[in-house]
Design a protein around this ligand. Sequence first.
Ligand code: EPU
Length: 428
Amino acid sequence: MEKYVIRGGNRLCGEVEISGAKNAAVAILPATVLIDGVCRVDNIPSISDVSTTLKILKSLGSQIRYINKNTIEIDNSTLQFHTVPHDLARHMRASYYFIGSLLGRFGIARVSMPGGCNFGVRPIDQHLKAFTALGASVSPMENGMIEVVADRLVGNSIYLDVVSVGATVNAILSAVLARGTTIIENAAKEPHIVDLANFLNSAGADIRGAGTDVIKVFGVERLHSTHYSIIPDQIEAGTYMVASAATGGDVLVKNVIPKHLESITAKLQEMGVVVEEYDDAIRVTRPNRLIHCNIKTMPHPGFPTDMQPPVAVLLSMADGTSIITESVWENRFRYIDELRRMGVQAQVDGKVAVFQGVEYLTAAPVKATDLRGGIAMVIAGLAARGVTEVEEIHHIERGYENLVEKLANLGADIRRVVTSDSLISRAL
Ligand code: EPU
């Protein structure tokens, strides 16, 4: 087990380069299963969710070659298995994207129900609704596995009852090689949905309307080799913007698409943060004390739920009372119990959290509860007085490439150390 040790109080200053988007990579890599040829994918983030996805691909029979740390060549012409084992699927939510891609390629997928961050109930009814609309049947198996089978997938209309990123991705994946046209209504509009569609179209798919709430997928016979580069990570970019604001810093966040960051930029500006936009970079400075504001998380283009925990750290230090309403997940405030140990004053009632801003935070030992809750603790540690230790950092490393190096380059005092507990258990 490792932990981060952070001595707070340093202003973050300098430049940081944003990596490829996690939530695009974990959809695009399973999508390669549909391609009868070699795919070269650039700008893949080096994070543990990507390693897990690549392990699943290898277990299915993919040939994977690293060109460099962030570029991979995948040849799926030799795929022979269609079962994703539980010990891999349990590590990440997006393992269910293999249902859509294996079903599309082979007409059969056996996948364990997925793991991932714990935000309460995370149903997949809308994914299953999409598969059955295209003619597949779904059966539960032993050990938490499900089997999804179709003789021939046929395009159909799918109306999603909730705006779901995952169900939109799975509907696209299963429809690309289906006969006829699939229309996905009430689709998610996140940048990674557009990126997945662009990737598949570069391989010969015919997907139109990604980025709007009606996506049309015109089925094609086969997909061919392609070379594609993943978009920059919107949430990683937002995280460094918040870290700069939290420490009163001056950070140029490079390799971003400013349009993807508009909802985050707008809220930071409301809090008194200065945000300057360039073509593919954003500079964030915070001259004065933060001002309170209210935030409601929404599907894209609303304020992203994944930025809710980092921004909560800013609101906990802002002048006055702020309210966050979480409208995407039923239980995404678990991390606040940990932040209270650092002096955060917040009351949580269901999907609403009310923050009474304090002048400063104080260091404490804390445990990352999940990926974005964990990064909130890191940001709090950077801003706090004293030395904060963040444990359970495997959650954070699912989604942030080179976090320690990137923060240290900006002047943070942060180290990743092996805990004495794990040294003892290794010695035994
Ligand atoms: N929902 C259903 N039925 C379904 C699917 C979803 O009721 O079949 C509900 C969920 O319970 C939730 C809402 O719909 O209340 C939205 O869930 P969605 O399906 O959009 O979430 P997801 O696809 O499981 C992705 C991201 C999450 C991000 C959400 C919302 C990936 C791999 N994960 O999850 O990212 O919070 O969209 O934007 O793309 C993260 O990166 O930290 C993370 C958790």
